[in-house]
Design a protein around this ligand. Structure first.
Ligand SMILES: Cc1cc2nc3c(=O)[nH]c(=O)nc-3n(C[C@H](O)[C@H](O)[C@H](O)COP(=O)(O)O)c2cc1C
Length: 179
């Protein structure tokens, strides 16, 4: 099969790390995969399939996720496209939270109805404070994430809820769908 692009949009890097794990799984299945920050992608013409990830802030997909769709939706409509979402609402994976998270995603992707995703992954996220992306954030956002991390660590004993096995399983199931 042709090449696959895994593109991610992130504030502090949690979604980037999820994208890296997805790439590792796809590589194990001998797919040819490139990874890039969504904002750095200039063209998707060389790819047969595109996997696009975003985190959520205040019920919104990231700006880079929305810009990627606006830039490439015509092309995406002709390719196998999958989405994944990384957020705190999925810390508890139940029907209510899935419906709510999908509704947030749909607010954005329903504007691009020609894109028919082959799969949508909904994953619990993390408050990341040690990454290149975090270091590049403005001071107010850094403080916000730091205080979120502190209160989650205090209240729940952790602030990273990413379930790598679930992410790996989704990536493995994705192989057939994008082939
Ligand atoms: C300012 C802020 C607002 C957030 N708002 C939401 C939200 O509305 N819903 C949600 O489920 N998670 C929310 N989160 C959690 C993030 O989606 C989660 O931490 C995610 O893993 C961040 O990924 P990133 O580092 O790739 O941006 C918020 C986090 C921050 C810092």
């Amino acid at each position: 099969m042709g090449k696959v692009l895994v593109a991610y949009s992130t504030w502090a890097g949690a979604t980037h790390q999820v994208a890296e794990e997805i790439v590792k799984e796809l590589n194990k299945k001998n797919l040819q995969v490139n990874i890039a920050a969504a904002k750095d992608v200039k063209t998707i013409s060389e790819y047969q399939a595109v996997v696009l990830g975003t985190s959520i802030h205040a019920g919104q997909m990231t700006g880079d996720f929305k810009k990627f769709l606006k830039r490439f939706y015509k092309d995406l409509a002709t390719k196998k496209t999958a989405f994944f979402v990384v957020c705190f609402n999925m810390i508890e994976d139940n029907d209510k939270n899935r419906v709510e998270t999908l509704a947030w995603l749909n607010k954005t992707i329903s504007k691009f109805s020609d894109i028919k995703p082959v799969s949508i992954g909904l994953f619990a996220g993390a408050a990341v404070t040690e990454s290149d992306e975090f270091n590049r954030l403005n001071v107010l956002i850094k403080k916000l994430i730091e205080s979120m991390k502190k209160s989650m660590d205090a209240e729940r004993g952790k602030s990273d809820f990413r379930e790598w096995e679930k992410i790996h399983a989704w990536a493995t199931e994705l192989v057939e769908k994008i082939s």
